[in-house]
Design a protein around this ligand. Structure first.
Ligand SMILES: CCCCCCCCCCCC(=O)SCCNC(=O)CCNC(=O)[C@H](O)C(C)(C)COP(=O)(O)OP(=O)(O)OC[C@H]1O[C@@H](n2cnc3c(N)ncnc32)[C@H](O)[C@@H]1OP(=O)(O)O
Length: 228
């Protein structure tokens, strides 16, 4: 089952890009991350900002004129990797090639999954601290991976978070998670988030294995939408 997801718990130095497209995109995504982080703290003059906006719009126009591929299924159909290989690139929290991903790095030792991440200024909620919604998002992605160790992965059904302490920005954050139990199509996972050795949040997740293949989820969802 982990193989289906290109094993998100491979040692970090073995998670190489599946194709040259991802190798290049990782580089570009990191440049965009660095750019947005610099933007959050920049006090450049209005003229400098206006010039950069113009330059950025031109760069965007270049990308928009390139051949396009949409969504996870689109990338696999275009031969840019398996479902799992694509996931490790586009995931909104762990995707190396997705600039909105911090990114979250995950691995496993024995029955426990681990992750580390550093959340910069663009994730600020309370002053100097990580926005609670992003704490929840980290747990969703990470517990969503940890459940794969149980062999019956599914969609997030319920995610319950206890925010125990504010989670600081710009420090290494450490996450761990383990499977509590499985019942039928449900996998119960628990996890915690620590900063400087202090638990700042705990999470319990219930993941439910859907009855249809995950690659067909989009079609199934679109059929459920009202027309118009
Ligand atoms: C391979 C995938 C890889 C997935 C790829 C991995 C990536 C994961 C990382 C990101 C995770 C996400 O963001 S996932 C995105 C956020 N989540 C979603 O969009 C899910 C939206 N919800 C759904 O699609 C659906 O409600 C499901 C699939 C969760 C459940 O629907 P269902 O399959 O029809 O469920 P149903 O037959 O009614 O119930 C089955 C059993 O689960 C229980 N149950 C039902 N809903 C819930 C619930 N929300 N919370 C708790 N328990 C629930 C029922 O009581 C029942 O227990 P019993 O009577 O049997 O005891």
């Amino acid at each position: 089952m982990l193989e289906d997801l290109h094993n998100p718990f491979l040692p970090l130095d073995e998670r190489t890009p599946a194709t040259p497209l991802w190798e290049a995109k990782r580089e570009l995504a990191q440049a965009v991350r660095d750019y947005t982080e610099a933007l959050m703290t920049s006090a450049a003059t209005p003229k400098q900002m206006a010039d950069m906006s113009q330059w950025l719009r031109e760069a965007t126009a270049q990308l928009e004129q390139s051949p396009r591929i949409y969504g996870r299924n689109g990338y696999t159909e275009a031969g840019e990797g398996t479902f799992g290989e694509v996931f490790q690139e586009v995931g909104p929290l762990c995707g190396h090639s997705n600039p909105i991903a911090p990114p979250l790095e995950m691995w496993a030792e024995g029955d426990t999954a681990y992750a580390r991440v550093n959340m910069g200024w663009r994730y600020e909620g309370p002053p100097g601290c990580v926005h609670g919604g992003f704490v929840a998002a980290l747990f969703d992605e990470f517990l969503g991976m940890a459940q794969f160790m149980g062999g019956h992965p599914g969609m997030t059904g319920t995610l319950s978070i206890k925010y125990r302490r504010p989670t600081p920005l710009n420090v290494p954050l450490e996450l761990s998670a383990w499977i509590e139990r499985s019942e039928g199509r449900k996998t119960f996972v628990k996890g915690k988030l620590e900063a400087n050795g202090v638990v700042t949040a705990e999470c319990e997740g219930i993941f439910i294995r859907p009855t249809q293949p995950v690659t067909e989820l989009r079609d199934a969802v679109m059929k459920e939408q009202p027309e118009g």
